[in-house]
Design a protein around this ligand. Structure first.
Ligand code: P1T
Length: 384
């Protein structure tokens, strides 16, 4: 049957991989080298300098392309560096239509770095994708979708956004960090670019910072490869090795993240001291049907608002948690709790945050793969 038509749970392990050419090592060696011997100028074995390419990085890039059902993968020194590379495809005067509720660091990159280079960003509530069309004009050169969104867990219809993008010949990029390709594969739904903070579920062990882009179109891949090489925001071979190792258990970890996420979401939804839980697996979620059709499960991320709590009271609850660690980031095996208003989304102005529902008392949980009862007991003692 070969390795080309494997199911997802096999592609995480074998996709794009072959034993190393030198000694048959099953895991690609960590090619900790900046450069490669040449027999004459320009005559080499495919690698000349590690900013351009490195064999450990290539192995990871092939794995990523395989699991996202894409043709080309490119990895970067962080998720933000991957987004940065996409925005560098644009020119002054170009306009971007972006999800309004998105990772605070993406918002900061758009507003505080790229606006001053003359790129115009429209932050739009895409819960109803037809809204996107209101912002399209001849300068629109990119649609940026994050789904589920960070931290409000809004769901955007990727296929519908893809149709709009195609109709107007505008590339659609999807930040697939929260869902991972285990739950959704945006390229199959009409996206042109898939982006990841590989720091999160792909790495899965909170021990590396990395970003990734996956595309199908060769011309787009060439342009992004040029930016990767010319701007240089690459990741090292050790980090590439770690994320490749992480991907091999992605399907097993995600299955447990989904199970634990569901258990915690239901626990919180029934807690008398919890006002609201944001999780796309509730049939009351405004885009539940879209989530159900474009995702294979609902993941391990959720947010909630404790009843009657203000900024400080929410922080007090988070501080009481003992199994959940108070920390930035998400997607690791261990459970994390965060306070978006003061942490991940502090760089978004309060007015903008509140427009998106990111109130001061919102608590975000990245539900890990510990025993669900330990996590529930921890929330019980912290919320009271
Ligand atoms: O942190 P970095 O690897 O640079 O990735 C940025 C990024 C991009 N997109 C999404 C959806 C993200 O969640 C992130 C990073 N987010 C966090 C650090 C966080 O705690 O939400």
């Amino acid at each position: 049957m070969g390795k080309n038509n494997l199911k997802f749970n096999s592609k995480t392990i074998h996709g794009g991989q072959e034993p190393d050419k030198a000694y048959g090592a099953v895991m690609p060696p960590i090619y900790q080298t900046s450069t490669y011997a040449q027999t004459a100028p320009g005559v080499h074995n495919g690698y000349e300098y590690s900013r351009s390419a490195n064999p450990t990085r290539t192995a990871l890039e092939k794995s990523l392309a395989s699991i996202e059902n894409g043709n080309y993968g490119l990895v970067f020194g962080s998720g933000i560096a991957a987004i940065d590379a996409v925005i560098k495809l644009l020119s002054p005067g170009d306009e971007v239509i972006s999800t309004s509720d998105l990772y605070g660091g993406s918002y900061r990159l758009f507003k505080q770095v790229y606006e001053k280079f003359g790129i115009i960003f429209h932050f739009v509530d895409m819960s109803n994708t037809s809204t996107i069309e209101n912002y399209i004009n001849s300068n629109t050169k990119l649609i940026w979708v994050e789904t589920p969104t960070n931290p409000m867990m809004n769901i955007i219809d990727i296929a519908a956004a893809g149709k709009i993008a195609k109709k107007h010949n505008i590339p659609l990029a999807v930040d697939n960090t929260f869902a991972t390709p285990y739950l959704q594969t945006p390229l199959d739904l009409g996206a042109d670019i898939v982006m990841h903070s590989a720091t999160k579920y792909l790495g899965g062990h909170s021990d590396v910072v990395m970003g990734a882009l996956i595309v199908n179109n060769k011309d787009l891949a060439d342009k992004l490869y040029f930016i990767q090489k010319a701007s240089g925001a690459i990741c090292g071979p050790m980090d590439s090795f770690l994320v490749l190792r992480g991907i091999k258990t992605l399907h097993v970890r995600m299955q447990r993240h989904c199970e634990n996420g569901k258990a915690i979401a239901n626990y919180l939804a029934n807690h008398p001291k919890v006002e609201k839980v944001f999780w796309p697996g509730f049939d009351t979620h405004p885009n539940y049907n879209i989530a159900k059709s474009q995702m294979k499960g609902f993941g391990g991320m959720l947010s909630f608002i404790p009843k009657g709590a203000d900024y400080n009271e929410a922080i007090e609850i988070i501080k009481k948690l003992e199994v959940f660690t108070l920390a930035e980031s998400l997607g690791g095996v261990e459970s994390l709790a965060g306070h978006p208003a003061s942490m991940t989304h502090a760089s978004m102005p309060k007015k903008e945050r509140e427009k998106n529902g990111i109130v001061d008392s919102l608590i975000r949980l990245s539900v890990g793969i510990e025993d669900e009862n330990d996590l529930i007991d921890d929330l019980k003692q912290a919320i009271g």
